[in-house]
Design a protein around this ligand. Structure first.
Ligand code: IMO
Ligand code: MG
Length: 428
């Protein structure tokens, strides 16, 4: 029995989905516990890339139960569309998907409000994915949200939503000068979607706890990354859920003590989508080459990702916050063509050197990275499948990451294919 929490240590898109899918073959259950359709987890299914937004990344693996926990926010039309899309690819979604009754729904007015808010923020826009995430979590906290479980008594649900939608339309039209949502049309759509989702609803905490206590393995699949954490990320340029390990218990109903290990995922470099400070961002030709080689375009929004060098100040912060002992480094092969690889070891803020990640985004925006430059290996690593097949300089790079971060490297991903992994240690 082992329960593993897979957490992104950067600003998302670290490759959590690929790894979850890979280790799912050794697991009985995969659980998503936060975030929503803002996530874009690209997984290779029979050699073809498939992007999951709400479905856990183990859904294509036979015999694995996939759970969408109470901490996830669900866009019902998006989820049904995603189920239909993966079904067309031959991935079965039936009893293998359980959705917690307490998960909140993202409705049309959430997306409309987010659009209006982002527009109103102007130059200070967060650059969200426009999936209605922030307004859904805001409503949940304000006790103005609706859960997916409420769909079971549709008339009572509709009456409650009508009242809420009226207040949202006042906000949209009066405060933002935006168009109101058509409540009747929205409820009509929800009435047709409900029977598609009701069979998958369950009271999942006892089921997840049961799986954790039984002999098999359970993977908790994080979405987004630690630096986007609502409480400890680069606020306000964050998402609206706790993306770090602490989000697990409220998002699943499983006690923190149930977790055997938190594995941190970090790209061999770093990217960010959307606005906010990013000390090691590179805008030169090398960044463009990394974007090209790494296919660094948002899998949810298609936006080009901002690219930069590995930031071990941020990595140490994530490791401490999540209690990470072991890392999996992804996309090492993207650096194959780099003659030199800068690694950020410290910041200078207002002329003072620090190795601590500042808590304020405003301070982080003034951080100037201090780099250690490593020689590149200038060799193709994409075919490597064993440690001794990796070029010596690539191994040196990984060893330097271990020294600077204080965590061990358990595995390295060298390509998009699910088997493109070099193992240093067993994960299960
Ligand atoms: P995965 O799970 C990268 C970013 C958005 C924006 C900020 C807030 O694929 O790693 P939101 O829509 O959540 O309110 O947007 O967070 N963001 C992500 N960036 N990967 C993600 O998910 C992200 N989910 C949200 O770009 O900057
Ligand atoms: Mg992604």
């Amino acid at each position: 029995m082992s329960s593993l929490l897979i957490i992104g240590t950067q600003w998302g898109d670290e490759g959590k989905g690929k790894l979850t899918n890979y280790y799912a073959a050794l697991a009985d259950m995969i659980v998503r516990f936060q975030g929503g359709a803002n996530a874009g987890h690209t997984v290779s299914v029979s050699g073809n890339p498939v992007v999951f937004h709400l479905l856990p990344s183990g859904i294509s693996v036979p015999g694995v139960t996939c759970v969408i926990g109470a901490g996830v926010v669900i866009d019902p039309s998006g989820l049904v569309a995603e189920i239909d899309k993966v079904s067309e690819l031959g991935i079965e979604v039936g009893e293998n998907l359980l959705i917690d009754t307490g998960a909140h729904l993202t409705l049309r007015y959430h997306k409309a409000i987010e659009q209006a808010q982002e527009r109103a923020r102007g130059a200070r826009a967060i650059g969200t994915t426009m999936r209605g995430i922030g307004p859904t979590y805001a409503d949940r906290t304000a006790r103005e949200g609706v859960t997916i479980g409420e769909l079971a008594s549709f008339d009572a649900f509709a009456e409650r939503v009508r009242g809420i939608a009226e207040r949202k339309n006042t906000l949209l039209t009066k405060a933002y000068g935006a168009e109101p949502v058509d409540t009747d049309d929205m409820l009509e759509e929800l009435r047709t979607l409900a029977p598609r989702l009701l069979p998958n609803l369950a009271d999942t905490p006892p089921i997840i706890r049961g799986a954790v206590e039984s002999p098999g393995n359970v993977i908790f699949e994080g979405a987004q990354g630690t630096l986007l954490d609502l409480s400890f990320g680069t606020y306000p340029y964050v998402t609206s859920s706790n993306t770090s390990a602490g989000g697990l218990a409220p998002g699943t109903g499983v006690p923190p003590s149930a977790i055997d290990e938190v594995i941190g995922v970090a790209k061999a470099y770093i990217t960010r989508v959307g606005a906010g400070p990013f000390p090691t961002e590179s805008e030169g030709e090398e960044a463009a080459a990394i974007r090209e080689r790494g296919h660094e375009h948002g899998s949810t929004t298609g936006r080009p990702r901002r690219c930069g060098w590995l930031d071990t100040v941020a990595l140490r912060y994530s490791i401490a916050l999540n209690g990470i002992d072991r890392l999996i480094i992804t996309k090492l092969d993207v650096l194959d063509a780099c003659g030199e690889i800068p690694v950020c070891v410290a910041y200078e803020i207002d002329g003072e050197r620090t190795e601590d990640f500042p808590r304020s985004a405003e301070q982080l925006a003034r951080a100037v990275p201090v780099y250690d430059t490593m020689p590149g290996w200038l060799a193709d690593t994409s075919g490597c499948r064993a440690v001794d097949e990796l070029p010596g300089k690539a191994r040196d790079y990984l060893r330097r990451i271990e020294e600077l971060s204080g965590a061990r490297v358990a595995a390295v991903s060298v390509g998009a294919a699910s088997h493109a992994i070099v193992h240093f240690d067993r994960v299960f």
